[in-house]
Design a protein around this ligand. Structure first.
Ligand code: CDP
Ligand code: CDP
Length: 220
């Protein structure tokens, strides 16, 4: 597997990781891992089963036995299409809470490593370059100002017909940043060797072009 290239794209919420990683994977014909979806799937399972979001052991069990599959753009959990359901802000917030548990993260490790298949993988999340794929050929850290990110989330929600409140979004985003950055297990920090790309002032297309240029240079 050492010759199967991995590109990692980490960064805070709404920095554009998903959009950029997905398009880079398409351009290169690589597989794509949305690691946040795994935390969201675990959170959704927990919410539906009324599992205590502080019960590390129970949550890790849920994570370990997650019956999920990725089919095209669809995400299936135990035969149900939950592509939309896992995007709810409530699920994202629960995901960021359960992601602070080491046992939960550990339970999702093997599943994530399994996405590395020929001809290559683009993986997005918080700890792709630091913990899961430390030997990636290219590590990107996407950032953007809190204001830019809140506005992107707002537009995404409105476009989906979900009502949103800018003040609440800003508060949620800051709380999520705070938790992701300050947790002791796999905190959100640019991994060693990462190239940092601030997307506050550029569009997704420009971000994709930069990542592809970096990859071309790194794989020479
Ligand atoms: O995955 P992550 O939460 O980091 O972000 P996302 O779900 O990809 O959402 C980013 C949103 O901002 C999308 O609607 C993009 O079209 C938009 N956007 C971007 O991704 N990159 C930019 N440089 C500018 C806007
Ligand atoms: O879309 P957004 O960037 O807000 O979140 P996401 O990438 O879908 O991930 C949801 C939550 O899972 C994040 O708030 C993180 O706390 C957690 N997560 C993580 O801890 N490690 C990852 N590799 C991916 C997500």
């Amino acid at each position: 597997t050492s010759i199967i290239p991995v590109i990692t794209i980490d960064g805070p919420t709404a920095s554009g990781k998903g959009t950029v990683a997905h398009r880079v994977a398409d351009q290169l014909g690589f597989h794509y891992l949305d690691s946040g979806a795994l935390y969201r799937l675990t959170a959704l399972s927990a919410l539906r089963r009324d599992t205590d979001l502080a019960d590390e052991h129970a949550l890790a069990k849920l994570a370990e036995h997650l019956q999920c599959s990725f089919q095209g753009g669809d995400i299936i959990l135990s035969h149900e299409n939950v592509t939309e359901a896992i995007r709810a802000e409530a699920v994202g917030n629960a995901a960021s809470k359960i992601a602070t548990f080491h046992a939960v993260r550990h339970a999702l490790l093997g599943l994530q490593l399994g996405f590395r298949k020929a001809p290559g993988l683009v993986a997005d999340g918080r700890d792709m370059g630091s913990v899961i794929f430390p030997h990636a050929v290219l590590k990107v850290f996407l950032t953007a100002s809190v204001a830019a990110r809140a506005e992107r989330r707002y537009k995404q929600l409105i476009a989906k017909g979900i009502s949103a409140n800018m003040d609440d979004l800003l508060k949620d985003l800051q709380a999520r940043d705070e938790r992701d950055t300050n947790r002791t297990v796999a905190p959100l920090v640019p991994p060693e060797g990462a190239l940092v790309l601030d997307t506050s002032e550029i569009n997704a297309e420009q971000a994709v072009a930069q990542v592809l240029a970096w990859y071309a240079a790194a794989s020479k």
